[in-house]
Design a protein around this ligand. Structure first.
Ligand SMILES: Cc1ncc(COP(=O)(O)O)c(C=O)c1O
Length: 207
């Protein structure tokens, strides 16, 4: 008997039959035609300027707040390398994306794993950890259709997390590659859009 192909739930890797190959080919063609210089020449280190402007408009932020990276995993890598030193405390969700955990462990972070509930991470458990003396530098949160649990963080919990980040002075990394995958219900505001204290670094993905 043939072994059925393995479906890995570790990555958000789409099935090849739903990758929009024809549309991607047409988009590449348009890019070469409309902006051959921009498509082939060296650009700025922070990314192709028209793309930064497009993302800025989409996210309703200023273009100079945008950095274009090779996937959101590279954004993780940049941020973690900038912020995390050996022994630094980082809050992660339990369970969470294996690559995130791997890169944080490689940097020597001390991970506090906070369980997920149906409406996202147990924010009161984060509050209790901080009240008990934990001083996280960073919290890594996957707000929509969490990988691997699939849950979505409620609006109340988004607000509570922002309060905690302000009170205990940590950075919230909102890792949001799945935000566009909603089939029903209203999208919830990003923590980035609710943030009034510059506590949030937001990453999404074209993957
Ligand atoms: C939570 C999370 N963040 C980031 C990534 C990687 O995204 P990208 O392909 O944009 O690097 C994945 C991929 O599975 C993921 O599940």
């Amino acid at each position: 008997m043939e072994t059925p192909p393995l479906i890995s739930f570790a990555r958000g890797a789409p099935s090849l039959d739903i990758v929009a190959v024809d549309e991607l080919r047409a988009a590449a063609q348009r890019a070469f035609e409309n902006d051959p210089g921009g498509t082939t020449a060296y650009g700025t280190a922070i990314g192709y300027v028209p793309l930064r402007e497009w993302i800025a408009e989409y996210q309703q932020v200023a273009p100079d707040q945008i950095v274009v990276t090779n996937g959101s995993m590279q954004a993780d890598a940049f941020l973690f390398r900038l912020l995390v030193e050996p022994g630094d405390v980082v809050i992660v969700e339990a369970p969470s994306y294996d690559r995130t955990l791997l890169s944080l462990r490689e940097l020597g972070a001390e991970l506090i794993a906070i369980p997920l509930e149906e409406d996202g991470v147990d924010v009161e458990a984060i509050a209790r950890a901080c009240e008990a003396g934990a001083r996280p530098k960073l919290a890594h949160i996957i707000p929509n259709f969490q990988n691997p649990a699939g849950c979505t963080l409620s609006l109340e919990k988004r607000r509570r997390l922002l309060d905690l980040a302000k009170t205990y002075d940590f950075t919230l990394f909102e890792d949001d590659p799945y935000v566009e995958l909603r089939f029903e219900g209203e999208p919830l505001p990003t923590m980035l859009s609710l943030d009034d204290a510059e506590r949030v670094v937001y990453a999404s993905s074209f993957s």
